[in-house]
Design a protein around this ligand. Sequence first.
Ligand SMILES: Nc1nc2c(ncn2[C@@H]2O[C@H](COP(=O)(O)OP(=O)(O)OP(=O)(O)O)[C@@H](O)[C@H]2O)c(=O)[nH]1
Ligand SMILES: C[S@@+](CC[C@H](N)C(=O)[O-])C[C@H]1O[C@@H](n2cnc3c(N)ncnc32)[C@H](O)[C@@H]1O
Ligand code: SF4
Ligand code: SF4
Length: 313
Amino acid sequence: MLVDSFGRKHSYLRISLTERCNLRCQYCMPAEGVELTPSPQLLTHSEIIRLANLFVASGVEKIRLTGGEPTVRKDIRDICMDLSSLKGLKTLAITTNGITLARQLPLLKQCGVTNLNISLDTLVPSKFEFMTRRKGHHKVIKSINSAIDLGYNPVKMCDFVELTREKPINVRFIEFMPFDGNVWNVKKLVPYAEMLDTMTKKFPALKRLHDHPTETAKNFRIDGHAGTASFITSMSEHFCAGCNRLRLLADGNLKVCLFGPSEVSLRDPLRSGAGDDELREIIGAAVKRKKAAHAGMFDIAKTANRPMIHIGG
Ligand SMILES: Nc1nc2c(ncn2[C@@H]2O[C@H](COP(=O)(O)OP(=O)(O)OP(=O)(O)O)[C@@H](O)[C@H]2O)c(=O)[nH]1
Ligand SMILES: C[S@@+](CC[C@H](N)C(=O)[O-])C[C@H]1O[C@@H](n2cnc3c(N)ncnc32)[C@H](O)[C@@H]1O
Ligand code: SF4
Ligand code: SF4
């Protein structure tokens, strides 16, 4: 059911738990905010588990919770507890802005969260406030440290290679991608080649690591550093050939490609009593319609999609 017409097996499901967030990042959402789906139309805890169970029974081994900001969802711990007990699931990950993570992480760890990606755009608090339109830089740093203390290795985050010298973290640089409401422009995009050039000048000992074929990131290590640095090159060098990702959005729509505008509702048939076979058929047909690759950054920028905060990356 999860093999597309190009033979790609989908073993990774990204679930967006919410469209809400405690930050307002410029590259993710417009200043005026986004329209929120009314709560009754969002997937409930039990609906998420029922659908996740179907995906895991069909070959999904890794689930990543995202949003919006997944940690603002009040039942996240119960959701994690139930997801982590699904037979066959090997990895339960969260992508988070880290604002409230320091407080929540000990319990999330107990509920089975195995991996963390923490997003942070700058080490300068005033720039943080500009980028995210909110305060809270120190809280994110505190969360990164508490994740390390709790044994998460590596914690992924989106800034500064220098930190990899002492800390066992994976710093990731992500190319700016076009989504509705984020005023994308190619001039605002720093391409992979340019980032690599800058980094190699500062760290000549940078070595390319072997990447797993399904990975989003191109990975590097500097000799003697505890951590690694990576680039996510969705725009200048896409990695669609190895794509194993599907997305379940907070309103119950299945999205087979981050940049593909087509979506199919799983919530509606679920709520009208569809059995597992019927749901499997709907999912399988959507996976079969998946394109070989995204349409290229200029076409993507012209195509109506959702704002990033609805999709969750
Ligand atoms: N083009 C593209 N970008 C993706 C895909 N999955 C994640 N990204 C982007 O990669 C960036 C980091 O996303 P994360 O939530 O940290 O997840 P990830 O890169 O899949 O992380 P891992 O699960 O650790 O490999 C975000 O900007 C995502 O939008 C994908 O399937 N296609
Ligand atoms: C949408 S957020 C959701 C999870 C969580 N709130 C967070 O910020 O980590 C997931 C990831 O997408 C990244 N992101 C958001 N908008 C982006 C864009 N336009 N281009 C590239 N990455 C983007 C964020 O930096 C974050 O790492
Ligand atoms: S990137 Fe994450 S933290 Fe920033 S506004 Fe989007 S969902 Fe919120
Ligand atoms: S752009 Fe679409 S096909 Fe390409 S890696 Fe991302 S989700 Fe997969």
